[in-house]
Design a protein around this ligand. Structure first.
Ligand SMILES: [Ca+2]
Ligand SMILES: [Ca+2]
Length: 258
């Protein structure tokens, strides 16, 4: 019975100790920075703070702020991977995380297979005593990003010209001569729809994405019946994305048959 009580007491002490350390960044047990943040351990090495998701067009929003505890004497901020999409600065002992000018371009530069969330990791070191490195601690700041549909898909040309010296047959694949594709920068957009003016001769369909870049969507332009000589056609093609609301843009297809 007594042994059982001791075991129970030990278990309570371990649990109490775990609860005490749960939200503390790594560092000296006695003297870490005690940052007022709720940490998880998503990162292998260091505690991680995961902020609320922000939209990918939140260019002018402050992403997060917190007050440094008064015992912190010095600090050091760095960016992960050299991709400086978020800045962190300290003003009046308040740490302010906000998007940099680069954040406007991140959708153009980043290609994701799992696009539901993007993480920016910002090692942050703080010192209770700047002469005593044992007292430093660090954590990662993670900023999930939500894709909003803020880019219309864009054709790679304003105008596509197909010029033939003789009549062409039904089933001719015009995009073998000059390819048509559209780029939608929004990284969660997985498909687009192509359409063309109502006409007797030409149809357009969706072919697929570039293998290494799912933002590039190819179209197939095909003749649906024989086109006789002496034709000069100008048709508008349209590309529409899958966003809410949907965005679209247009280009021209010119077909000349001598
Ligand atoms: Ca889009
Ligand atoms: Ca977007």
């Amino acid at each position: 019975m007594a042994f059982g009580k001791i075991l129970l007491l030990c278990a309570v002490l371990v649990l109490a100790s775990a609860a005490e350390n749960k939200n503390q960044p790594r560092g000296s047990d006695e003297n870490n920075c005690n940052l007022p943040l709720e940490f998880t351990h998503e990162s292998f090495f260091d505690p991680t703070f995961v902020n609320e998701p922000k939209n990918d067009d939140a260019f002018d929003e402050v992403f997060y702020t917190f007050k440094l505890p008064s015992n912190i004497t010095n600090y050091n901020l760095d960016v992960y991977h050299g991709v400086n999409y978020i800045s962190a600065e300290v003003i009046d002992k308040e740490v302010i995380f906000k998007p940099t000018e680069n954040f406007r371009n991140f959708e153009y530069k980043e290609i994701h297979d799992e696009p539901a969330r993007i993480e920016f990791l910002l090692p942050f070191e703080c010192y209770v005593d700047e002469n005593d490195y044992e007292n430093k601690t660090q954590f990662y700041f993670v900023q999930p990003i939500t894709d909003v549909n803020n880019h219309e898909p864009m054709f790679n040309r304003k105008e596509y010209q197909y010029h033939f010296g003789m009549p062409i047959k039904a089933g001719a694949l015009l995009t073998n001569i000059l390819e048509i594709y559209a780029v939608d920068v929004d990284y969660t957009n997985t498909k687009v729809e192509f359409s063309i003016d109502v006409n007797d001769y030409i149809e357009i369909s969706y072919k697929g994405t570039e293998y290494l870049n799912r933002k590039i969507h190819y179209a197939t332009l095909t003749t649906k019946k024989d086109i006789p000589a002496k034709q000069n056609m100008v048709l508008t093609i349209k590309v529409t994305d899958m966003g809410t609301p949907k965005l679209e843009s247009t280009a021209l297809v010119k077909i000349v048959i001598d």
